[in-house]
Design a protein around this ligand. Structure first.
Ligand SMILES: [Zn+2]
Length: 312
């Protein structure tokens, strides 16, 4: 018998790695069958994602930046439920939310996105990385799957009796969706909300963004709603208001600076420390602060370039 025990032990040791890879995200249950997958401290997943387990299948929200993270998410879903993964909804085209779409498609999901995502996901994502693009990343972006089902209107997705409401919203890219699970009082906001992190304004309109977030903070049941942001930890109504205050402060500080004749580098030098002082505990890198000021300045000057819808 000894040889048998030895063989079993050897096989077990071979098939089960001693050091399992830690997940690149932290899974948090935010309602019955509703999970947020929050990017880990090393930011390997690149953004947040999540999923809703319904009666007859699973709807996933966003796909992280890379296939490994998306495959790990699929693994976690399969660990929690035998139900099939039926949909992935991309909150917008940015690669940190769409980069792992192929792993969801391979797992059986239909990709749902705003109409504009089809025209932007393989092209505008290259601009997004600017001089930080590598040949490998460029090739990966050019091969991203295109969404299967697109909309520029609100959409109700039924997972059996469970209702999921996909809404079009304005502000971050010009092709943004939020995903609500009314029975659990959960709203996946995509990048309409960043919790205590300076947002990426490259494609945004702060004016539209603030109006959307004011509505998100004032919707029915907002005080009892769990908001899953695109970046940062699970949030509540006060975080939505805090984020809107950040945008308001940015706009006011840049506007004041412009009125006193400050431009470019001098404007950034003046605004960044004030913005950081008003929002202690936030992650605002120098690079991010300079970009925020530049984009806000362009918006106020009327020269901001935003993505343009591409004809089908
Ligand atoms: Zn993002």
């Amino acid at each position: 018998m000894k040889w048998l025990i030895g063989l079993v032990a050897a096989c077990t040791a071979f098939s089960a790695p001693v050091f399992a890879e830690p997940l690149p995200f932290v899974l948090k249950q935010v309602g019955p069958g509703v999970y947020a997958a929050i990017d880990g401290p090393e930011h390997k997943a690149g953004s947040n994602a999540g999923f809703v387990i319904g009666d007859d299948g699973v709807l996933v929200v966003d796909a992280f930046f890379n296939l490994d993270s998306a495959r790990a998410l699929v693994g976690e879903i399969h660990r929690l439920t035998p139900k099939p993964i039926r949909y992935v909804v991309n909150t917008h085209y940015h690669a940190d939310h769409t980069g792992g779409d192929q792993a969801l498609r391979d797992a059986g999901a239909i990709i749902i996105a705003h109409n504009n995502v089809r025209g932007w996901v393989r092209t505008n994502n290259i601009n997004l990385f600017g001089d930080r693009i590598t040949p490998e990343l460029k090739a990966r972006i050019e091969a991203l799957p295109l969404p299967d089902l697109t909309t520029d209107k609100d959409l109700t997705v039924w997972l059996g009796a469970r209702k999921v409401v996909v809404r079009t919203v304005l502000g971050h890219t010009g092709g943004d969706l939020t995903i609500a699970v009314p029975d659990a009082k959960v709203l996946f906001t995509g990048d309409m909300l960043w919790r205590k992190i300076a947002p990426n304004l490259i494609d945004g309109s702060v004016k539209e963004w603030m109006a959307t977030d004011a509505a998100l903070a004032a919707m029915p049941d907002a005080a009892h709603t769990t908001y899953v942001p695109g970046h940062g930890d699970v949030a509540d109504q006060s975080d939505v208001k805090d984020f809107n205050a950040y945008l308001r402060d940015l706009r006011r500080l840049v506007s004041d600076g412009r009125k006193s004749g400050l431009r470019d580098e001098a404007l950034a030098q003046s605004v960044a420390p004030k913005l950081k002082a008003l929002h202690p505990g936030w992650t605002i890198s120098d690079r991010a602060a300079a970009a925020e000021v530049r984009y806000m300045d362009e918006e106020l000057a009327g020269t901001k370039r935003r993505p343009v819808p591409v004809p089908d």
